[in-house]
Design a protein around this ligand. Structure first.
Ligand SMILES: Cc1cc2nc3c(=O)[nH]c(=O)nc-3n(C[C@H](O)[C@H](O)[C@H](O)COP(=O)(O)OP(=O)(O)OC[C@H]3O[C@@H](n4cnc5c(N)ncnc54)[C@H](O)[C@@H]3O)c2cc1C
Length: 413
């Protein structure tokens, strides 16, 4: 559970650097020079990417995470080419790729009839557990000039670069990055206008053993299988091998329905997906949470010295598996626009938003439409328009081919 820093209990430093003094001043960088300084709220994928990319460009960075432990919620994740390119740009690609998987096909079934079998021959992609991805990114942050604090909640920020913590301490920075997720304190305290749209569906996500022996020897158990059912009620299972051992399984159902209950009700799912019984029995005991899909659109991503990235700025439905990917792309490009230090930060933040935001806006809209229409059930979503974001070369990332990708992994016997 999230832990908050208090005045009596200062934030805990997770890096080798000291937790910093109590004065509202720029920290002195290692090496003795005053550097441009960023305070980042939230050590999720957006915050970690921004932290590493800024530190790689000479900024001193302090990263605040309100929870007691650093890590990632949400079981598994699909990383498309654009996200893999960001991982390479921050140095985490090789490590992330190690314990990842590329299923031979993305298979879509409706009432257990295959309606699409997509090999993605030209599109690099990988699945993995979220914790594995997180660890690969954190490993890049550790050796850099980044002070990582856990139990450190940012309660508010100001456009002039002031950040106030749960302890009551106020710090001044050249740049404040609000990467604190869909419930962002930075966003709400600065006063950005937010339009929030909740979808009718949501997903329970879990990691369970792959149970290959019990499921049977068929080769298709290495595929991503998107099992849709509209009758007798709307329920979908997203079956995603995350590596040789772990299965990322998602249970999609309308908000408030029996399918949205956690722990999952075995009979509700077994009824429609009896052939998945071994993994369903595992899922009954696995930790999970129902998340209703949400799209948030802001009037602006920046105000003064404050920039928002990731779900704080642009939460989206997961139909295109682009939420974390866009979070990481925008965090990397933000650092690129901050190259050269703190001069004209406000102007450069505006340029960043002007140039980088339109792609994310389009991605949010497309994803929301696919979700509203439950269109992935038709298996016809792979086209140049919908693949635009995945195939985009992120600002700050190399256009060179990703080593080892696209890859066709051997089917495990
Ligand atoms: C069902 C589902 C499936 C998805 N699948 C994919 C996928 O396959 N591929 C993909 O690219 N995207 C996917 N996404 C989207 C992705 O999960 C999010 O877009 C991504 O996690 C956003 O990262 P973030 O760092 O912006 O926010 P978060 O992951 O929410 O991280 C925010 C961090 O900030 C911390 N924090 C919050 N408030 C404070 C505070 N005040 N002070 C300090 N710390 C704070 C939190 O504890 C957390 O660690 C999916 C989303 C959903 C709902």
């Amino acid at each position: 559970m999230a832990g908050k820093a208090s005045a009596a209990e200062p934030p805990q430093s997770a890096s080798s650097a000291p937790a910093g003094g109590s004065e509202a001043a720029k920290p002195r960088a290692r090496g003795g020079h005053n550097k441009s300084h960023a305070e980042i709220s939230g050590a999720g994928y957006a915050g970690l990417t921004a932290a590493v990319a800024l530190a790689q460009r000479g900024w001193s960075v302090r990263l605040h995470e309100k929870r007691h432990t650093l890590g990632s919620f949400g079981a598994g994740i699909v990383m498309w080419e654009n996200a893999l390119r960001v991982l390479r740009a921050i140095g985490a690609f090789e490590e992330a790729a190690k314990k990842s998987f590329t299923p031979p096909f993305y298979e879509t079934r409706m009432h257990n009839e295959t309606v699409a079998l997509e090999p993605f021959d030209r599109d690099p992609w990988a699945t993995m557990t979220r914790q594995h991805l997180y660890d690969a990114m954190l490993a890049q942050a550790r050796p850099l000039d980044i002070e990582i604090l856990h139990d450190s909640e940012v309660v508010s920020a100001q456009p002039d670069g002031a950040v106030t913590l749960g302890s009551g301490r106020t710090i001044k920075a050249d740049l404040v990055v609000g990467a604190d997720g869909v419930g962002s304190n930075v966003r709400d305290s600065v006063g950005f206008a937010v339009e929030r749209n909740k979808a009718r569906d949501g997903l329970i996500r879990m990691i369970v053993p792959r149970c290959r022996g019990e499921l049977g020897p068929e080769a298709f158990w290495d595929n991503v299988i998107d099992f849709w059912n509209f009758e007798p009620r709307v329920q979908r299972i997203l079956y995603v091998p995350a590596n040789d051992d772990d299965l990322y399984i998602g249970f999609m159902a309308p908000y408030g329905s029996d399918g949205s209950i956690v722990p999952i009700k075995l009979e509700v799912w077994l009824d429609m997906f009896p052939f998945l019984e071994p993994v369903l029995r595992e899922a009954v005991h696995a930790p999970g949470r129902y998340d209703r899909y949400e799209t948030t659109v802001l009037d602006a991503w920046t105000k003064g010295r404050v920039a928002l990235v990731g779900d704080a700025a642009h939460a989206m439905t997961p139909s295109l598996a682009q939420g974390a990917a866009c979070a990481m792309m925008n965090a990397l490009s933000l650092a690129v626009y901050m190259e050269g230090g703190a001069d004209n930060v406000e102007k450069r933040l505006q340029e960043w938003e002007r140039n980088e935001r339109p792609l994310t806006d389009r991605t949010q809209q497309r994803s929301a439409k696919l979700t509203a229409e439950r269109a992935l059930s038709k298996g016809e979503w792979v086209n140049d328009e919908l693949m635009e974001t995945m195939r985009h070369i992120p600002t700050g990332a190399s256009a060179d081919p990703l080593p080892g990708f696209p890859r066709r992994m051997a089917t495990v016997p």
